[in-house]
Design a protein around this ligand. Structure first.
Ligand SMILES: NC(=O)c1ccc[n+]([C@@H]2O[C@H](COP(=O)([O-])OP(=O)(O)OC[C@H]3O[C@@H](n4cnc5c(N)ncnc54)[C@H](OP(=O)(O)O)[C@@H]3O)[C@@H](O)[C@H]2O)c1
Length: 270
């Protein structure tokens, strides 16, 4: 597995200066590793962080999409299957070596399986756990290794489906509930190292992952009705909360599961 220095690493000093001469923000000069950075929520997050002066390392499997985004944001692209523990370790070490340190890690990797338990195959179950929980565990495992000296922030993504019983979500709900358990335990373990671990739990967000739901008028209407605030989410709704959790200004926030779900997980208004 090789590090693909398509973006940031390929710039000359002059170009680098011009990208870093933007207005100072809490994220200025911070380095963040975004796993699943080419997805709907991941891309919104990467664009937001880049606009705030952060340096980015973006990970996903499909190199073409990854390179396009990395070039656009002057980011470092690292093509990788993030369920591979050794691969994630190598990636995090390469990123640390390249940038000096990693200040935050976000795992935006996931999948969606809408099926009742009795029709779910073993392969579908294993794939769901792998995409949603194993990737998050790998991010925490390698993240703790590379941030244990100076601290940092890890943000994972659970789901409203881990909070409220939604029909036909058994496998994905189990995987996302695992992400909550992982968040809480890791927050306790790594608090003495000043590594904060939090997660967000979105409702239905309009991304490629959910196109089959959001682009079908009747399913979209039915899903929207479950969200008390009367609309489904947009990637930026979730990205803004993740950015808040990453910020060094939130240095007293850890072990939290923040619903970013229009009320889906907790509120019934009609
Ligand atoms: N959208 C929603 O309604 C919703 C609701 C609740 C929770 N969530 C959670 O929010 C997160 C982001 O969702 P999204 O809607 O933005 O998903 P998405 O658009 O499908 O993006 C998923 C990203 O993960 C990457 N990826 C998938 N498997 C990977 C693997 N094994 N290794 C490395 N990269 C991998 C994909 O790129 P490649 O395919 O190139 O690898 C892509 O960049 C996920 O955890 C999802 O479960 C989403």
């Amino acid at each position: 597995m090789t590090c693909n220095y398509t973006g940031y690493g390929a710039l000359d000093d002059t170009a680098m200066k011009s990208t870093t001469e933007s207005k100072k923000t809490a994220h200025h000069d911070s380095t963040y590793l975004v796993l699943g950075g080419t997805g709907g929520i991941g891309t919104a997050l990467c664009r937001r962080l880049a606009s705030l002066g952060a340096r980015l390392v973006v990970v996903a499997r499909i190199a073409e999409r990854l390179n396009t985004l990395a070039n656009d944001l002057d980011a470092l692209a690292y093509p990788l299957d993030a369920t591979d523990f050794d691969g994630v370790d190598t990636c995090f070490s390469a990123a640390t070596q390249h940038h000096g340190r990693i200040d935050g890690i976000v795992c935006c990797i996931g999948s969606l399986l809408l099926k009742p338990a009795h029709t779910t195959t073993e392969v579908e179950w294993v794939d769901t756990i792998s995409a949603n929980l194993t990737s998050a565990f790998a991010a925490v495992r390698s993240g703790a290794r590379c941030m244990r000296k100076h601290g940092g922030s890890i943000v994972l993504i659970s789901s409203a489906a881990a909070r409220i019983g939604l029909a036909n979500h058994e496998a994905i709900a189990a995987a996302k509930a695992g992400v909550v358990g992982l968040t809480l335990s890791a927050a306790a373990t790594y608090a003495p190292r000043n590594i904060r671990v939090n997660c967000v739990a979105p409702g239905l967000v309009r991304t490629g992952l959910t196109a089959s739901l959001t682009e079908n008028e009747s399913s979209c209407r039915a899903s929207t009705a479950l969200h008390a605030l009367g609309r489904i989410g947009e990637p930026e709704d979730v990205a803004s909360v993740i950015e808040w959790l990453l910020s060094p200004e939130q240095h007293w926030v850890t072990g939290q599961v923040i619903g970013v779900d229009g009320g889906l997980g907790t509120v019934r208004s009609r």
